[in-house]
Design a protein around this ligand. Structure first.
Ligand code: NAD
Length: 330
């Protein structure tokens, strides 16, 4: 495919989230929204009309008309829907979590290899603009603490909170810590649904890094915050506000042009200073960024930011955490 040709991308599943994929795809230059498909025919037609595109009545038809497909159906259906797209020779962008089970995800990745197409996963928080300034720092975390809280809604409750909310943080942490998992501890409880609504997990990695995650879908307000501690550096990230703050210990004579404030580390020893920075967070829409990435993957000019293996790794750790919680409850 030429780099300038429009990429045809279709959306399967245009419910709460998929309608946004369709709207964004219809408005990104270089992409043609090839159409939408949903088992709910009325919904399918209405979203197609809104976006001036075709309402396809079968997966086979939308696959035929597209270079790539966004799969935004309920998680339990990802494996079947994505397999059909892959067998049609098309690249897939699958909403998170990649599939319901690890076995399904492994089979899907094998199938994609066989058909030589790419699998990308919608772990959208990895593209949160608040994370972009961290690219300038070589992160080597010793301890990571993450909190992700959301007011209760019935949406997303088809899966436990670990697969709904915590999996975002698992994916981010796995991208920060390039070391295998050593052990996991986890606890959780059900409050409203029959599955786990509140979860706490602690991962120790082989390199010694510890990550602590707390997720709840029963909260008054939304909170999405991370703290990253490493030797002589402390970073706080507010994913909702798009705010990143960095505190570093530097030699007193080191000049930091980005510093907003500095103070001696020790009043009796002025050789070290604590420097505070608030790096500029670019204004960017994470869904646009991931869909542009998908289009460029189809063109062959970029690699997926979150590929199928990353989706599988996140699902693997999430499943282990959930299984430990269930074991702990019984
Ligand atoms: P939803 O129930 O609102 O929408 C799903 C749509 O898929 C519905 O319109 C339904 O009719 C349709 N559908 C169901 N089975 C189908 C099939 N076999 N073929 C075609 N259409 C089918 O769900 P949602 O909240 O939009 O979630 C969809 C997916 O997105 C889930 O996997 C969810 O985990 C994920 N999600 C991700 C994020 C994120 O932050 N990245 C946020 C919300 C949801």
């Amino acid at each position: 495919m030429s780099n300038r040709a429009k990429v045809n991308i279709g959306v399967i599943g245009v419910g709460h989230l998929g309608q946004h994929h369709a709207r964004h795809l219809a408005n990104i230059s270089g992409i043609n929204l090839s159409g939408v498909h949903d088992t709910d025919e009325l919904r399918c037609k209405s979203i197609a009309e809104k976006n001036k595109t075709t309402a396809f009545t079968s997966i086979a038809a939308i696959v035929e008309a597209s270079d790539g497909i966004c799969v935004v159906t309920p998680t339990q259906t990802h494996a079947d829907v994505a397999s059909e797209c892959i067998k049609g020779g098309k690249h897939v962008f699958i909403e998170k979590p990649i599939t319901h089970t690890i076995e399904e995800a492994s089979n899907l990745l094998q199938l994609a290899d066989q058909y030589k197409v790419s699998v990308q996963v919608g772990h959208i928080e990895r593209l949160n603009p608040a994370l972009l300034p961290l690219k300038n720092f070589e992160l080597n975390p010793k301890f990571i603490e993450v909190q992700r809280l959301a007011p209760y809604t019935t949406r997303g409750t088809d899966v436990p909170v670990v697969l709904d909310l915590m999996i975002h943080d698992i994916d981010i942490i796995l991208s920060f810590v390039r070391s295998p998992v050593h052990n996991i501890r986890a606890t959780g409880v059900s409050i409203i649904t029959d599955s786990v609504d509140i979860a706490h997990a602690r991962i120790r990695f082989k390199n010694g890094t510890v990550a602590s995650m707390f997720s709840s879908r029963i909260a008054k307000d939304k909170v999405r915050k991370a703290k990253v501690f490493e030797k002589n550096m402390y970073v706080t990230i507010d994913f909702l506000l798009g705010l990143t703050e960095v505190y570093r210990v530097l030699d007193a004579k080191e000049d930091d042009p980005e510093a907003l404030m500095s103070a001696p580390l020790d009043e009796n020893d002025l050789s070290k200073q604590i420097v505070y920075e608030k790096p500029a967070v670019p204004k960017a829409d994470a869904l646009n960024l991931e869909l542009e990435n998908f289009a460029n993957v189809i063109r062959g000019t970029e690699k997926p930011i979150v590929d199928g293996s990353a989706g599988l790794e996140a699902l693997d750790v999430a499943t282990q955490i959930h299984d430990l919680i269930i074991e702990d409850l019984h």
